[in-house]
Design a protein around this ligand. Structure first.
Ligand code: SF4
Ligand code: SF4
Length: 326
């Protein structure tokens, strides 16, 4: 029995009220994951030993020590196989990750997992609290309304974030190239080699500039992972998208809540599919708040455009496809 406030995605019930919390949880998880990968030796390149460390082991092509003296078919097969398995296949896997993600999930990764996107949203939020608008460059028609209380508190949070986030990002990303233990011992002794200093300062400055001045423009026009997902998601007949139930558009109150929550400046009510949508689902939550739980006009859909029926996800929040059809 369908329940108001629930959306159905391939048999998984997702509570609309919790959609925002789920997204924040996945974003925090991925930030912690990126920070943990080099620390736990899951994946990093060690510039000191010139070794790629994968799950604690130095990555090797795995050729037998005497492979060069085997001039027979078995020796040649061994070399070819090891190169394919240990050099070509891993690269193919890495290179296909974002095209495949885009093909099946559109820009879902950008909206739900990307650590940089999460920090941009935090920067938007703090700018909104301090200046009454999301962007430094001026007010936009879709800027949300906000209270102007506690400005001093938000100024302090902004100042702390402007130091901690770029510095933590600098330390974490430098750890992908220099052993994290080396970095920490240099920080504790406050005695840095050129490589560590350059890594931390370079990444910190990049993060600070992108957080203050660039933000989601980077997601739209620069990020190659985002652009690959955008292109493959656009071309894919099955990628995850936001579906507007155009048949019920007369129930829209024109409150514009769906536009105000959209940090990518998408207008989700327009029939034209916008490639900048990161499938964050904030417009789904906003419309359900306005029209009542389970009655919102948006939902997740796969292979859907606003003019076609969804392929495998029911169009209605709170209804199965059978309910809709009957
Ligand atoms: S249109 Fe909706 S799902 Fe897409 S980015 Fe904007 S708020 Fe998120
Ligand atoms: S949130 Fe829903 S009701 Fe409000 S403008 Fe958007 S589609 Fe219409």
């Amino acid at each position: 029995m369908p329940t108001a406030g629930i959306i159905y995605i391939q048999g998984i019930n997702v509570n609309i009220k919790n959609l925002h919390i789920y997204r924040r949880t996945t974003q925090v998880f991925f930030i912690l994951l990126i920070f943990s990968i080099p620390v736990l030796d899951i994946l990093r390149y060690d510039t000191a030993t010139r070794e790629l460390i994968v799950f604690g082991q130095a990555w090797s092509i795995g050729l037998r020590p005497d492979f060069f003296i085997e001039h027979d078919i078995s020796g040649a097969t061994h070399v070819a196989l090891q190169f394919f398995l240990k050099a070509i296949l891993p690269w193919l896997f890495i290179l296909s990750t974002f095209p495949l993600l885009g093909y099946f999930t559109g820009r879902f990764f950008c909206g739900w997992m990307c650590p940089e996107g999460a920090f941009f949203e935090l920067a938007d939020f703090l700018t909104l609290k301090l200046l009454g608008r999301r962007s430094l460059y001026g007010k936009k028609t879709n800027d949300p309304e906000t209270s102007h209380d506690n400005k001093f508190l938000y100024a302090v949070i902004t100042a702390i974030s402007a130091i901690i986030i770029p510095a933590a990002g600098g330390i974490a990303l430098t750890g992908f190239f220099i052993a994290p233990k080396t970095i920490w011992s240099q920080i504790i002794n406050w005695d840095f080699t050129f490589g560590v200093k350059a890594g931390i300062i370079g990444v910190s400055v990049y993060m600070l500039i992108s957080l203050i001045f660039v933000r989601h423009a980077l997601c739209k026009y620069v990020c190659s992972a985002g652009l690959m997902q955008m292109l493959f998601g656009w071309a894919s007949p099955v990628s995850l998208r936001i579906h507007l139930d155009a048949q019920r558009i007369n129930q829209c109150t024109d409150c514009r809540a769906c536009e105000r929550v959209c940090f990518m400046n998408v207008k989700p009510r327009l029939p034209k599919k916008d490639i900048n949508c990161v499938t964050c689902g904030e417009c789904i939550t906003a419309c359900n708040k306005e029209l009542g739980a389970g009655k919102g006009l948006f939902n997740f859909s796969a292979g859907d455009s606003n003019t076609k029926k969804p392929v495998w996800i029911p169009a209605f929040a709170g209804m199965t496809k059978q309910d809709k059809d009957t």
